[in-house]
Design a protein around this ligand. Structure first.
Ligand code: KG4
Ligand code: ZN
Length: 337
């Protein structure tokens, strides 16, 4: 079964064709990073306009390269939530038009579920149930993947997402958007114990939730201290310290949740799952605790449509369909989708 997939929830326009949920036939991503870099973050109006410009040529390129006709496909999957509503609308409306013109069924896909499905390409033996840490620019969730289309969120951020915190501190350290990527590289050259940062939610033993705003404020204060004294910022040490604190929060809660809930299979997904320290630390934890641990390929960590095609396949099998009433939604809980 061939699923045609569209993703446009933030600043990447992406199109893919996926076979049987696990095999990628073709995909393309048109990144808008250069359009947003000058503003230091995503400008929603610019993102929508760029999606409109990019989507049609991208769809034609993916289909033409495969020498396929739309009649060779079985369904159209599209990310409808969560994300920037003006961005999502471009993908949703394009998919609705395509479904109307071709008669192919339309399958709505939740973006976080799609991130989890990004794991299925390079890990053919990975099957639910497993525990997944989904960390991106917009989300930080610990999710019980009970089945391909059944999920339970047991931990979430109470304020910033991990990627958002990385990007904001990265910006203050002078890195281009998205700062998380550069911060990760700089951190490799620094001493992670150079500065003392607070441990968020340390008195709450019964939660798997995260909080990164206190860490962010503490970092801002350290950075401002250097600026007030007109001293140059020790970029590498600051990056290493912040990265270690964020990764400690993610790893500690995730491993505690896995042990409490008796999961033996663990996985990570989302843009921040590309973080080199997070990958190393979870690999070490998996060795020590005998977990089976899965990661997406780096190219599938950030937003793409392959993952939408993978999840779209499982949603299609479960009977999920959208009508022409499908709307883009900025926020839909994973369990309410
Ligand atoms: O999944 P994604 O592409 O978009 C959302 O759904 O939000 O994630 C983008 C986020 C950005 O915040 C970016 O800084 C972060 O992923 N990111 C990283 C790394 N690579 C991307 N954060 C830390 N370390 C990285 N290596
Ligand atoms: Zn994403």
């Amino acid at each position: 079964m061939k699923i045609f997939a569209i993703e446009s929830s933030c600043d990447d326009t992406a199109v893919a064709v996926v076979q049987d949920g696990r095999k990628l036939l073709n995909h393309k991503v048109s990144s808008q990073i250069n359009d947003h870099k000058i503003y230091g973050g995503v400008v929603p109006e610019v993102a929508s306009r760029k999606h409109i410009e990019n989507i049609s040529p991208l769809v034609s390129a993916v289909i033409n390269e495969l020498n396929l006709k739309f009649t060779d496909l079985d369904a159209i999957a599209v990310t409808y939530a969560p994300g920037l509503v003006g961005s999502l609308l471009v993908g949703v409306n394009f998919a609705k038009g395509l479904s109307l013109a071709t008669g192919l069924p339309l399958v709505p896909v939740h973006h976080i579920k799609a991130h989890i499905a990004s794991l299925y390409f390079s890990n053919p033996d990975l099957k639910p149930p497993f525990l997944c840490l989904v960390v991106s620019g917009g989300h930080s969730h610990i999710v019980e993947v009970l089945d391909y289309t059944k999920f339970k969120v047991i931990g979430r951020t109470r304020d910033d997402a991990a990627g958002e915190a990385f990007d904001k501190i990265g910006r203050r350290l002078g890195f281009d958007y998205p700062g998380g990527v550069e911060l990760d590289k700089a951190a490799e050259k620094g001493d992670p114990n150079s500065f003392k940062l607070p441990i968020p939610l340390k008195d709450e033993e019964n939660t798997y939730d995260f909080s990164f705003s206190g860490l962010k404020t503490a970092m801002m204060n350290i950075i401002n201290g250097f600026k007030q004294k007109n001293e140059s910022l020790p970029i590498y040490d600051l990056s290493a310290t912040f990265r270690q604190s964020v990764v400690n929060c993610l790893v500690n809660n995730f491993i505690r949740a896995a042990k409490d809930k008796k999961y033996s299979t663990l996985a990570i997904a989302g843009g921040v799952s590309a973080n080199s320290l997070l990958r190393r630390r979870l690999n070490e934890e998996a060795d020590v605790n005998n977990f089976n641990f899965y990661m997406p390929e780096l190219k599938f960590c950030s937003d793409n449509a392959a993952m939408v095609g993978a999840q779209g396949y499982y949603e299609f099998l479960s009977g999920k369909r959208a009508t022409m009433d499908l709307n883009a939604c900025a926020s839909v809980d994973l369990e309410e989708d």
